[in-house]
Design a protein around this ligand. Structure first.
Ligand SMILES: *Cc1c(COP(=O)(O)O)cnc(C)c1O
Length: 433
């Protein structure tokens, strides 16, 4: 079977004259894996359809937000209803408070929060607040973690930055990143050393509690606890970047799963129900330093947008109501998929290992354990590319990079998983030669 992609290809050609690389976010390009990126025209449940009518079982899910699948009826209805009342007012609406209360119920470490329109804005603003609150300049991040594309955070970053093998970004003067320290993930000694070397100068440590942006990489047992106790001891703030993990690895995010209380939390992806939303929050004493109450400026024309708030609220209410069954089911089905494909690869003699936390997972093309950026970077990306192209041809949509996590939604069925594993068996068999 060879898919027809004639319409997609001509649409892609047009896009390439209009957008750099034909895309509005680099991870959507298929440069790292080769092959032609289909243009998507619709989605329903676990599936997406391209412009030529090919359908795919989707394990990208808009890079995480669509935990209920495409066009979840409660989300669609909420957005339509909100749209009829007006798309934006530049004034406060009651839905913002309703969504905030749902977030706070799930994240007891958050007393107050601020909605923004992206994860990038959330992390950038949380860092500004941490610097203001501590009066310190340095920040610590970890190699392979991605916290959006603000200048200070584009240092040894994950996601597209890792995919395209660049150390950071052109256009970011070194003076702008000289206060950013990038340390290896899962390495307590490296963090101890940084705190020693930069005594009383580190404003905050920002971390993906489960990394998704170098592929899925879980924290080693005790690692997050050590990061928490070191930051407390040194008077630095701990920012858990839960843009991906919030409402994903557990309803209350990684902080609930691992029992870690951060100073600040950043959120995005799932809380917007598929519309653009980010948030940062923490104790009132910290959040009161944000404008207009305090001296830390941060604003947004479309922040707390009524459609986005309605979508997020519908999403969180559905997840909240069903959480006792939804999360165990998602995790179990993810485990079945992850094990099925890993075993199929090994049976075919392919070097493969896997990481999974809840419904976030990655198959790494290596025999080594992957626990930080160096081990992730040692994977055979050429094998990943062949796997990706084969799976796409078989109607399975995976992230077009070794260094991105895949996801599951409540719309995926056990039959979808069986279909996906069977496809992988065929692809691996072809990869052996
Ligand atoms: C996706 C992501 C971001 C950036 O969010 P955008 O909405 O793309 O700006 C930040 N941090 C983490 C952990 C993410 O996964």
């Amino acid at each position: 079977m060879t898919r027809k992609l004639d319409i997609s290809n001509s649409l892609q050609q047009r896009a390439e004259t209009l957008f750099p690389g034909g895309v509005n976010s680099p991870v959507r390009a298929f440069r790292a894996v080769g092959g032609e990126p289909p243009m998507i025209v619709s989605g329903s449940g676990a599936r997406m359809t391209d412009a030529d009518g090919n359908t795919y079982i989707d394990y990208v899910l808009s890079w995480g937000p669509l935990i209920l699948g495409h066009c979840a009826p409660e989300v669609v209805e909420a957005v339509i209803e909100a749209t009829r009342k007006g798309t934006s007012f530049g004034a406060s609406t009651p839905t913002e408070a309703e969504l905030a209360e749902e977030v706070i119920k799930a994240f007891p470490s958050i007393e107050m929060l601020r909605f923004v329109s992206s994860g990038t804005e959330a992390t950038m603003s949380a860092i500004r607040l941490a610097r203001a609150a501590t009066g310190r300049k340095y920040i610590v991040k970890f190699e392979g973690c991605y916290h959006g594309h603000s200048d200070a955070l584009l240092v040894k970053a994950g996601s597209g930055v890792a995919t395209f093998g660049i150390p950071g970004s052109a256009g970011v003067p070194e003076e702008f990143v000289k206060f950013t320290l990038a340390l290896p993930y899962n390495d307590v000694a490296a963090l101890e050393e940084a705190f020693h070397k930069f005594k009383n100068q580190i404003a905050c440590v920002i971390i993906e509690p489960v990394v998704g942006n170098m592929g899925c990489v879980p924290p080693k047992p005790g690692y997050l606890e050590s990061v928490r106790s070191l930051t407390t001891r040194e008077g630095s703030l701990l920012i858990l970047d839960e843009v991906m993990t919030g409402f994903r690895v557990s309803y209350g995010g990684a902080q609930e799963l691992y029992g870690i209380k951060p100073d600040l939390t950043t959120l995005g992806k799932v809380i917007g129900g598929g519309l653009p939303v980010g948030a940062y929050g923490g104790p009132a004493a910290l959040m009161n330093q944000i404008s207009p109450l305090g001296p830390v400026y941060q604003a947004g024309t479309l922040s707390g947008n009524p459609l986005a708030m309605a979508a997020g609220l519908a999403m969180l209410k559905t997840l909240g109501k069903g959480r006792r069954t939804i999360y165990p089911a998602l995790n179990a089905l993810s485990a079945k998929l992850v094990a099925g494909i890993t075993e199929a690869g090994r049976a075919a003699g392919v070097e493969i290992t896997s990481n999974q936390v809840g419904s976030m997972f990655t198959w790494f093309f290596t025999n080594r354990e992957v626990f930080d950026w160096d081990t992730a970077a040692s994977c055979k990306t050429e094998l990943f590319g062949r796997f990706h192209r084969g799976m796409l041809e078989a109607g399975i949509w995976l992230p077009a990079s070794q260094f991105e996590a895949a996801f599951l939604s409540t719309a995926h069925t056990s039959e979808d998983i069986d279909t996906t594993i069977a496809a992988a068996q065929t692809v691996f068999a072809a990869m052996r030669v």
